[in-house]
Design a protein around this ligand. Sequence first.
Ligand code: ZN
Ligand code: ZN
Length: 397
Amino acid sequence: MTWPAGLAEELADVYRDLHRHPELSGHEDRTASVVEDALRPLGYEVTTRVGGTGVLGVLRRGDGPVVMLRADMDALPVAEKTGLPYAATGPLMHACGHDMHTTCLIGAATLLADMSWKGTLNVVFQPAEELAAGATAMIDDGLFERFPKPSVVLGQHVAPLPAGFVGHGEGPLMASSDSAEIRIRGRGGHGSRPEATVDPVLIAASTVVRLQSIVSREVPPSEVAVLTVGRMQAGTKENIIPDEAELGVNIRTYSAAVRDRVRAAVERIVRAEAAAGGAPEPEITWGVSAPLLVSDPDATRRTVAAFAEHFGTERLIPMPTVAASEDVGNFGAAAGVPTVFWFWGGLEPERVFAAFQSGDLGSLPSNHSPEFAPLIEPTLTTGVETLTTAALAWLGR
Ligand code: ZN
Ligand code: ZN
């Protein structure tokens, strides 16, 4: 793939700038204007503020397939600890690598504007992926009615794989995610008089333990589920029994049947433990939900074949399913077309291979860690070329 002189360096500057200026989900205003300024001179019809801060660029080259490339733009409330010269200094960080996604899509939009193909290219920069809300916001804002509807949706995520390598899988690729906020109501009082109280701390503690029996005792061993209680809050002082306790629960599943079963079990156990403790009915509120991400098998094979031709099979790594979640699948589902998703590496290859060999994958910084930062190269060049290669596999020639 021929790159115009200086493009890789320009993109590296864009990346460092975005990395230094992370923005929270739904507040990607500065990032959106960086994207807008990059797309306009390339001849894209640019529309901003699609579904909040989302940006869409459309490049028309006559009759032919409509292909959508997607990147996300939001950062996380994590304080950066990479020690990099371009590290963010505030309470926010691009700890998931969405700055790399945005930069690579700007790069692919640049290369594709300079190549010959037929059809229409939609480059979609989505807000609020970390809330699993941005894709739906863009769809609800008329993404597929006001603009050309794609025949395929293509997206990627940078991952703790060796830099320069592409990870691929087909079918269910990333789990669905559901979160519940649980409020256990008790009756507060003096720590010396437990008989006059209903202690929500004890109920919360046994609820947490019992919830861990769902995956081990209720999900068939052939299925996969993850249940994490990531938040537990109650009380202010050791000799006061508080009047309520809160739990935040997250579940990850790969099929609708297991998802329904786990959700029902969470509700049953929370209610039963409250009843066992003599507490009133607890409040259970299901919140953020991300769908199962399925990379369409036929469409994935076609795309991966193009990767194999471009990069060589030695740079492709088959991937198992991942328990993290993504809302990119909402685009394909809403448009009624296949979604293809893949991962690509961002870490020092020797370090990843050593960790693979020793089985100590936990030693690698993963997405959402304050130490996660992809190597700029070859990550950037590879991520631009994956998107460009994938788009060319679907556009008309
Ligand atoms: Zn993330
Ligand atoms: Zn992410």
